[in-house]
Design a binder for this molecule. Sequence first.
Ligand SMILES: Nc1ncnc2c1ncn2[C@@H]1O[C@H](COP(=O)(O)OP(=O)(O)O)[C@@H](O)[C@H]1O
Ligand SMILES: [Mg+2]
Length: 264
Amino acid sequence: MLLTLSDVEVAYGAVTALRGVSLEVGEGEIVTLLGANGAGKTTTLRTISGLLRPRSGEVRLDGRPLSSIPAHGLVGAGVSHVPEGRRVFPSMSVRENLLMGAYHDRRHARADLDRVVALFPRLAERIGQPGGTLSGGEQQMLAIGRALMSRPRLILLDEPSMGLAPMIVQTIFEVIAEINQAGVAVLLVEQNAASALRIAGRGYVLETGRVVLAGTAAGLLADDRVRQAYLGEDVADGADGPAPAGGGAAAGPAHGAAVPADSA
Ligand SMILES: Nc1ncnc2c1ncn2[C@@H]1O[C@H](COP(=O)(O)OP(=O)(O)O)[C@@H](O)[C@H]1O
Ligand SMILES: [Mg+2]
């Protein structure tokens, strides 16, 4: 497995943000991590990036404990993180911003710049312009493009659609699908659950630091709890209503659900 989190707990001082999160991302997958504000999505990505250290549990890349890889070595290990709020260098040009993403290995920078710019024609048109003069959507494209410059195997995206106009959001999701088709695995944090589940193969729902639902994207899209809480739909109460948390029949098995409690 490319990425595995096993029972990861993370705290900020006295505030426990993750209470035993287990999840996986396989080679070439798009996996979405959904959840309300404060659920622990950003904390999860920051932990995978090595910016936060779990209090307990483990993060593994290719089966290797993350704790054995220094945070500055993660990019070399194939993980690229696009943080919340698209941080571009405002006074540097689009080209310079992109080249910053290739800092750990400049050998392929020229070819990679061409490849990234081909993915984002709007960046090509603005290649010499300061990053700070781009629109919000263009800055998001620049942030994603910069992350691609390190040739990641896994890209972590933290709410790439936040604050963007619907048409730009659609472009961003199309590009994410395209990046994935080129072979890059994606862990996509989103509040825009409908769009995320449309391009993802699987997903997890986080609530107050716990995974409360996991399954295929189709299963999650059909799940009443997801539709009600994250797709803004009115779901009628009925005899065939939602299963209790942890059951998740429509969403497929949650981690450990199939393990009998009394196997000894
Ligand atoms: N730097 C911090 N210091 C203390 N608490 C934090 C910090 N960052 C996040 N938290 C808390 O951790 C929890 C998870 O936050 P976060 O991972 O940012 O959630 P999300 O990205 O899902 O909105 C929240 O309760 C939040 O208040
Ligand atoms: Mg967040």
